[in-house]
Design a protein around this ligand. Structure first.
Ligand SMILES: [Zn+2]
Length: 423
C-alpha cells in the first residue's frame, strides 16, 4: 500500500484545532495526525516545514461546463483546476446543455469522472429541464448518483419549493437554491447603484436577491432543510442569521469575491467583474465578510463559472455572467479572511472543508484525523505571488488577475495520491 508522510507542517483540523507535527497517509486514508512519526519503510516524504496542512477543500459550487460548453471547461480541466487549487471534492451544478435532469445522463457523466484528479459530485436539476414547471424525479436521480438538487442558474419557483424541500429531505439529499427574483433582475448586469450609473449599464436591484431569500427562508421554516447559494447582500446574511436564530434548518454559502470585492472595484467596462449575483456595495461586502467571520455563513464556495474569452470580451452588457474561482479560493481565503481579518485557521477549515462535507453527507471528509480520507491541501502562508493571467482551467475570466495574494497551494493529495505539486 502506498504511504505518504507529510512532515513538520502546521496541521489544521476544524475540530481539534492546529498543532505542529506529521501526517501519515496510507492508501486512501489518514492513519495518524500529529506528533513525530518515523517513516515506515518505503514511505514517500514531503517536508511541510513552514507550511499549513488543511483537509482537502470541498467546494459546493462548480460549473464544469460539460456537456455543452467544453471550449470553456471540461470535467477533466475542472478537476485539474480543482487540484491546483487544493480542492479535492467539488459539487458540479446541473446547468449544462443538456441539463442534468435524467438518470441516464447522470449515470453517463458520473462514469466519466473516474480517475480524475478531484472527486466530482453531481447535483441534479430540481425541476425537469431546470424549467421550473414540474419537479424532477428525485429518487431516480439520487439512485443515478445525484449528490444534491438545485436549479442553479435559475431559481426554484416558490410554488414548487416546499414540496421539493420535503422530497429531498425524505431522501436525505441536500436541496440548494439560487435565490433570485428574475422579474426584478430584468436586463440588469451589475449591482444597481453608483457603479451601474457611472458605467451606464442596467442595474440588478438588491431586491432581486433579498425577496427570493426571504421567500426561501419562509418556505424552509415549515418544510425543512434548505441551503442558500452564493449570498451577496448584507440583508441576505442578516435574514439567514435571523432564520437560524429561529431554529430553522437553513444553511448558506458565499463566495470569495463577495467578501473581497464590491461594485466600486468595477472601474471600466470589464466583464471579468460580471457574475450573478453581482458584486454589491462596499457595505454589503463588509457585512458578508462579517457573516463569514461570525459563523452566520456555513461555507465558502467558489461558484467557479468558466467562459470563453471571446464571450467575456463582449463587455458588461453582453457578456455571460460568471467568473472562475477554483485556483484562487485558497489564497483569497488566507489573504482576506485569515491574514487581514484574523479568522482562526481552524474556522477556515470548517468553512471550506468540514461544513460542506457534512452538508453533502461525506462523513470521512473534512478533517485531518485518523480514519478520514487522505485528501489534503498544503498551503504556503508566507510567499506572496500575483494571480497569473493563465490558469489550469481552460478559462481565465477572473477579476483577480494581477492581485498579490499569499496562501497558494503547494501540494494537493487525493485519496493518498499527489494530484498537484508546485515543487
Ligand atoms: Zn447561481
Amino acid at each position: 500500500m502506498s504511504r505518504l508522510l507529510i512532515k513538520n507542517g502546521l496541521l489544521i483540523d476544524p475540530v481539534s484545532g492546529e498543532r505542529r507535527g506529521d501526517l501519515l497517509l496510507s492508501g486512501s486514508r489518514i492513519v495518524r495526525a500529529g506528533g513525530r512519526i518515523s517513516p515506515p519503510a518505503g514511505c514517500r516524504e514531503f517536508d511541510a516545514s513552514g507550511l499549513w496542512v488543511f483537509p482537502g477543500f470541498v467546494d459546493l459550487h462548480v460549473h464544469a461546463r460539460e456537456p455543452g460548453a467544453e471550449a470553456a471547461e471540461t470535467l477533466a480541466s475542472a478537476a485539474a483546476a480543482a487540484a491546483a487549487g487544493g480542492v479535492t471534492s467539488a459539487l458540479l451544478m446541473p446547468n449544462t446543455s443538456p441539463p442534468m435532469d435524467s438518470p441516464a445522463l447522470l449515470r453517463e457523466y458520473v462514469s466519466r469522472t473516474a480517475g480524475l484528479p478531484a472527486n466530482l459530485y453531481f447535483s441534479a436539476a430540481a425541476t425537469t429541464g431546470r424549467a421550473g414547471r414540474s419537479p424532477s424525479r428525485l429518487a431516480a436521480l439520487k439512485k443515478a448518483g445525484a449528490a444534491a438538487f438545485t436549479d442553479d442558474g435559475s431559481a426554484i419557483p416558490p410554488r414548487l419549493l416546499p414540496g421539493l424541500i420535503r422530497s429531498a429531505a425524505a431522501l436525505g439529499t441536500p436541496l440548494l437554491n439560487h435565490s433570485e427574483d428574475f422579474s426584478r433582475t430584468g436586463q440588469g448586469v451589475i449591482n444597481e447603484g453608483p457603479a451601474s450609473r457611472r458605467l451606464g449599464v442596467p442595474g440588478i436591484p438588491p431586491a432581486a436577491e433579498l425577496n427570493a431569500v426571504l421567500a426561501d427562508l419562509l418556505a424552509a421554516s415549515s418544510a425543512g432543510p434548505l441551503h442558500l447559494q452564493h449570498l451577496s447582500l448584507a440583508s441576505s446574511v442578516a435574514a439567514l442569521w435571523a432564520a437560524k436564530a429561529c431554529g430553522w434548518k437553513v444553511t448558506g454559502e458565499t463566495c470569495p469575491h463577495y467578501f473581497t470585492l464590491s461594485d466600486a472595484d468595477i472601474r471600466k467596462d470589464d466583464a471579468s467583474f460580471k457574475m450573478k449575483p453581482p458584486l454589491r456595495s462596499p457595505a454589503d461586502r463588509d457585512a458578508v465578510l462579517a457573516a463569514v467571520l461570525d459563523g452566520t455563513i456555513d461555507a465558502v464556495a467558489t461558484d467557479h463559472a468558466p467562459h470563453e474569452a471571446a464571450l467575456k470580451a463582449r463587455g458588461l452588457a453582453r457578456a455571460p455572467f460568471g467568473i472562475i474561482g477554483l485556483e484562487t479560493l485558497a489564497p483569497l481565503c488566507v489573504t482576506v479572511l485569515v491574514r487581514a481579518n484574523g479568522l482562526p485557521k481552524k474556522r477556515l477549515a470548517a468553512l471550506t472543508s468540514l461544513n460542506p462535507a457534512r452538508l453533502l453527507g461525506l462523513e470521512r471528509k473534512g478533517r485531518l484525523a485518523a480514519g478520514f480520507d487522505a485528501d489534503v491541501a498544503v498551503l504556503d502562508p508566507s510567499s506572496a505571488r500575483r494571480v497569473p493571467a493563465a490558469f489550469v482551467s481552460r478559462s481565465s475570466n477572473s477579476p483577480f488577475v494581477g492581485r498579490k495574494l499569499t496562501g497558494w497551494p503547494v501540494l494537493t493529495v487525493l485519496a493518498g495520491k499527489t494530484v498537484f505539486s508546485s515543487r
